[in-house]
Design a protein around this ligand. Sequence first.
Ligand SMILES: Cc1cc2nc3c(=O)[nH]c(=O)nc-3n(C[C@H](O)[C@H](O)[C@H](O)COP(=O)(O)OP(=O)(O)OC[C@H]3O[C@@H](n4cnc5c(N)ncnc54)[C@H](O)[C@@H]3O)c2cc1C
Length: 302
Amino acid sequence: MISEKLKNLIINEDCNAYFDEPMSLHTSFRIGGKTDCFCEVNTIESLKKIIALCKEENTEYFIIGLGSNLLVSDAGMDGIVIKLGGDFEEIALDGDNIIKCGAGVSLAKLCLFAKNKGLGGAEFAWGIPGSVGGAVYMNAGAYGGEMKDIVVSSHYLDEDSNIREMIGDMHDFSYRHSFYSDKKLTILDVCVKLSPKNKNEIFYLMQDTMDKRKKKQPLNRPSAGSVFKRPKDNYAAALIENCGLKGVSVGDAQVSEKHSGFIVNNGKAKAEDVKALISKVQSVVKEKTGVELECEVKFVGK
Ligand SMILES: Cc1cc2nc3c(=O)[nH]c(=O)nc-3n(C[C@H](O)[C@H](O)[C@H](O)COP(=O)(O)OP(=O)(O)OC[C@H]3O[C@@H](n4cnc5c(N)ncnc54)[C@H](O)[C@@H]3O)c2cc1C
């Protein structure tokens, strides 16, 4: 439940708010129970006010990107889920080969913008279905590139709602991790530095990346991408397949027949099914190979 005061603030701030909203509508897994309020916030002023009131009232809030790396519990999420829209979806050139993106900008929009400006270096991100904010939080990467390679600075809202800047190495990027990981901070915008490149060459690289994804990944089924982090000197998908787990299912959750690192939702999978399948995969792989698979997907909710 959220208070009337908070409800009124959200309505008065001209946010796009949906009350008692199923999170399954906002996650790439198409899984997740209801949140008290799913709120698309359009300005920094609204964001600050809403977070301040949540803190004052001890109401839970969660910043979501495009929900492509989340497993939301069947019981849903207390409080408010905040998505950054409006001003946070703006993108522009900002100096020499630098693109400034609001944290709510999708990686797809960033890639297309960069291509149209003849700037290369972001092609690896083509096909990662997340936002720039989520990608920086996760240090998302693929095909030899990662956010670490292109991010030069970012702004965030700290715990006291002050806007702070983070530059270069301060991001503390490592494999699927950044300074922001597991902290309650809100990334507001991100600057990436790219290099001049022929537009056709950029286009070819993007297409090549997408072709590889289509060939290897079950893109026709809801999922959250690779469920597990890559173990040292190994591949999660190969370990899972070698342990005979390809195609194994719990309810409607299934280890993909096409890519064993993915768990797909075949229709009516529950978060509990996915969790049970993850545990099964982890215990069989540990028993047969000694390798402990660590989850890349984030569990959230009650
Ligand atoms: C088909 C498919 C393919 C994928 N391929 C890849 C891949 O190749 N490489 C890869 O790395 N990932 C991949 N992913 C996973 C996912 O797309 C990435 O992890 C992505 O970066 C998540 O971004 P998001 O905006 O969806 O974040 P969400 O899933 O919404 O959130 C992830 C985390 O980031 C936090 N977060 C999001 N935005 C902000 C913000 N503005 N401020 C603070 N915290 C924030 C959330 O609180 C949450 O903890 C894939 C997923 C799918 C479904």
